[in-house]
Design a protein around this ligand. Structure first.
Ligand SMILES: Cc1cc2nc3c(=O)[nH]c(=O)nc-3n(C[C@H](O)[C@H](O)[C@H](O)COP(=O)(O)O)c2cc1C
Length: 449
């Protein structure tokens, strides 16, 4: 089939700094060295050899208690817990790789912008321009309770704080002009004071004098990753994000989301091509279609419905234990992840699922329907790319590191054979590999609402 869209896809890897998905740690081929650097470094080496753009770590600031207002199911089944702080984890991966981008989640809800700007600038310097920041606003009351708050603030309040947070971090990253460092041993000029300025930010949430205690980093700003999908979240992403991570129940909803977010970016004066949309997919590679289906079934067997329901309760921050498990899900007021709820609505309507069936499906879901032989998987990826449902994919593995190894060994060569994916890294920084420009100093002004 002739290609209808020029260019190549981007590939990122989705990780948790812990056991990951409900069935992931139980898989017979899963490794369990979550508390050792070697586990993450092995993953980093596999992904770099396969020429992935970056690896990215999700995060949450506490053990969820959304199901039955208790940590019981979450601890019992390992749902969203335990988790290491992803920042030191990505530093460990960066130490053994040269090209692979490394991204970590950090919430704008419970930090100060100065800390975040310093952390990501440090990472960007130490990795020579390979750092990414997944900006989240946090979405659970359980997280609020660890920071002296009883409840999560409402969505628009969270995004207002996030907007000002990004404004301050960007001002701090720009507070040293490029070239401010002189390092002139003869004259004794270390840096040019005229090229370093306070920011004197006075806003509704933050008051920050600045400047940052670090020179502008190789990428200017780290690559900004974002996964908000409510109307507020899309607007925020269209202005600030370089990469959007999303999750869809069908190619049709992915195409609609893609068109809307790209149009929003254009409306904010950005080149839509500088915002890369990477839907999550869970490939299951088989020697034949039957073999792949059998592997999928084997994976599903590992996930009890209660564990899937705990995971869904956590993601949408609604206590699903209050509903009759054998009836359909009633309409909900969702404070958690809007994108996941949207996906659930689509599948529940299409499959006529009860709450229990939804839990089972959600716990073991294999996003993107990439179950099959490498040729079939690449056919689907090509269709998503050609029909502008995606600029690339966030590979969300069934189990680690084997699912990445299988993808690298069998699917990446087929993508490369069809000219859909790089055979060598194009650039030195993550921005260069993604094809998103390095922001000029002062670029934050154009990103404000
Ligand atoms: C695929 C996906 C992955 C996400 N990963 C995280 C995460 O690791 N940590 C987190 O706090 N929020 C995460 N989120 C939540 C979003 O960043 C966002 O804060 C949340 O969806 C609420 O915004 P929204 O209502 O605009 O979607 C994720 C959302 C999606 C769709």
């Amino acid at each position: 089939m002739p290609r209808t869209r020029p260019g190549q896809i981007h590939l990122a890897a989705f990780m948790n700094a812990g056991p990951g998905g409900v069935g992931a740690w139980r898989h017979p081929d899963a490794e369990s060295g979550w508390f050792s650097p070697a586990f993450y470094q092995k993953v980093g080496r596999i992904l770099e050899a396969a020429r992935f753009d970056f690896v990215f770590f999700a995060d949450s600031l506490g053990i969820p208690r959304s199901f039955g207002n208790s940590i019981e199911n979450h601890v019992h089944y390992g749902v969203g817990t335990p988790r290491l702080d992803p920042i030191p984890v990505i530093a460990q991966i960066a130490a053994v790789t040269e090209h692979l981008g490394v991204g970590a989640t950090l919430s704008t809800g419970y930090q100060q912008p100065f800390n975040a700007a310093r952390t990501f600038s440090s990472l960007d310097h130490l990795t020579s321009g390979r750092a990414g920041w997944n900006v989240v606003t946090s979405f659970q009351d359980a997280e609020a309770l660890n920071f002296g708050n009883e409840k999560l603030p409402g969505r628009s309040e969270r995004y207002q704080r996030a907007d000002e947070f990004l404004e301050v971090t960007a001002k701090l990253w720009d507070s040293w002009q490029d070239g401010a460092l002189k390092l002139d041993k003869a004259s004794g000029d270390f840096a040019d004071p005229a090229a370093v300025a306070s920011i004197n930010h006075q806003g509704a949430h933050f008051q920050v004098q600045g400047p940052l205690s670090l020179p502008r980093s190789p990428q200017g700003y780290p690559v900004i990753i974002q996964a908000g999908s409510s109307p507020d979240g899309r607007d925020f992403a269209a202005r600030w994000a370089d990469v959007i991570f999303c999750s869809h129940a069908s190619i049709e909803s992915a195409i609609a989301f893609y068109a809307e977010v790209k149009a929003l970016a254009a409306r904010h004066g950005r080149d839509p091509d500088h915002l890369k949309i990477l839907p999550a997919v869970t490939p299951i590679v088989g020697r034949s279609e039957e073999d792949a289906e059998a592997r999928k079934l084997e994976f599903e067997e590992l996930v009890p419905a209660e564990a899937g329901l705990a995971r869904l309760s956590y993601h949408i921050d609604v206590d699903l234990s209050q509903f009759d498990l054998d009836k359909p899900l009633p309409p909900l007021e969702v404070k958690g992840v809007y994108g996941h709820y949207h996906e659930v609505l689509e599948v529940a309507a299409r499959e006529n699922f009860t709450v229990r069936q939804l839990g089972k499906w959600y716990g073991a879901r294999t996003e993107g329907d990439l179950v099959g032989t490498p040729a079939v998987i690449v056919d689907r990826m090509e269709e998503w790319f050609d029909r502008r449902a995606a600029d690339g994919f966030m590979i969300s593995p069934t189990h680690v590191p084997a699912a990445f190894e299988q993808f690298a060994e069998h699917v990446v060569p087929e993508l490369q054979r069809r000219g859909l994916f790089r055979t060598e890294y194009e650039g030195a920084t993550l921005r260069e590999n993604l094809g998103v420009p390095r922001p000029a100093s002062g670029e934050w002004k154009s990103r404000l609402r």
